[in-house]
Write a protein that binds this ligand. Structure first.
Ligand SMILES: Nc1ncnc2c1ncn2[C@@H]1O[C@H](COP(=O)(O)OP(=O)(O)OP(=O)(O)O)[C@@H](O)[C@H]1O
Ligand SMILES: [Mg+2]
Length: 276
């Protein structure tokens, strides 16, 4: 009995020990670092297949088990991805030897006897209305999660002083994941290129670069926010045009702040009707 209580305390204090001893997953160094980080705002810019979904599921399960009454929201860009992510949580839960019965257990959510709940949501703002006092939000593949949803989720952390983690492979210079990664807001930013993942070999990476080409390789494996290939203007050109400290591109039109950027504002007629 004493041994059980001692172990429970060890698991409660360390998600890494919990993962190793209860789930049989030895966290990679970066996963261990993320699991132990006390920061309330964490951004993870990760390679494909680096272990984002695995760590999200373990972090969510640990919070639910050891912080009674926690509401945890897992957000993914699509229904298929949220079901996949939730299946990982369920399969880890089933590995626990003395797992308590679940008062609620379905395809996208589970409730524990200690009052905690894990809910996995697809990316739709309408679906998240009604949740409040959220203890932990994890966005998996955040670069593809709708910006509206991100904006709707943040206030839910206010009362609970909850934690938010955005984990993603980049997807171009757009959206809230890119903006937070490059912006001034306070976040712990962690970059995990494929070269830091012990399961991805240099030989495989060399093959991938050859097969996919450098553009895709940099985005998928090396954490780079690439320019979309069909953009009319590069991101840097647009940013330069919006700063008063930079020589205007078209001096005849005045300073940058006086130049309207069709396509960037909802109040301005789009340049290409139908593409807005
Ligand atoms: N610490 C670990 N030890 C052993 N295997 C791991 C570990 N972390 C992840 N894996 C395995 O690596 C593979 C990829 O993991 P996961 O799906 O979590 O990565 P991902 O970054 O979410 O991938 P994707 O970019 O495709 O969404 C899976 O087979 C998973 O079981
Ligand atoms: Mg994943």
């Amino acid at each position: 009995m004493q041994e059980m209580i001692k172990n429970d305390l060890r698991y409660a204090l360390s998600p890494v020990t919990f993962s190793r001893e209860c789930l049989n997953v030895e966290p990679d160094p970066w996963q261990a670092e993320v699991m132990m980080r006390p920061a309330k705002r964490i951004l993870l810019n990760c390679s494909r297949q680096s272990g984002k979904s695995t760590s999200s599921s373990i972090i969510a399960l640990h919070q639910a088990l050891y912080y009674p009454g926690s509401l945890i929201l897992l957000i993914s860009p699509s229904l298929r991805q949220s079901s996949e992510l939730f299946k990982k949580v369920q399969s880890f839960y089933k590995m626990l030897p003395d797992r308590p019965k679940l008062p609620e257990d379905n395809k996208l959510s589970m409730a524990l006897e200690n009052g905690s709940r894990i809910v996995s949501l697809p990316s739709s703002e309408a679906n998240i209305r009604g949740f409040s006092a959220v203890a932990l939000v994890i966005e998996d593949e955040a670069s593809r999660v709708a910006d509206d949803l991100y904006r709707a989720v943040r206030p839910m952390l206010a009362v609970s002083a909850g934690k938010i983690m955005l984990m993603s492979t980049p997807w171009g210079k757009r959206g809230h994941f890119f903006e937070e990664w490059t912006g001034p807001n306070e976040w712990e930013r962690i970059e995990i290129p494929a070269t830091k993942c012990p399961r991805i070999s240099p030989v495989f990476l060399a093959e991938e670069e050859k097969a996919l080409g450098n553009w895709w390789f940099q985005q998928e494996y090396m954490c780079k926010f690439m320019e979309t290939t069909d953009s009319l203007f590069s991101y840097d050109t647009i940013m330069a045009a919006m700063s008063d400290d930079v020589e205007p591109l078209f001096p005849a039109l005045g300073t940058a702040s006086q130049v309207t950027m069709p396509g960037l504002s909802d109040d301005v007629e789009p340049l290409f009707i139908g593409e807005k």
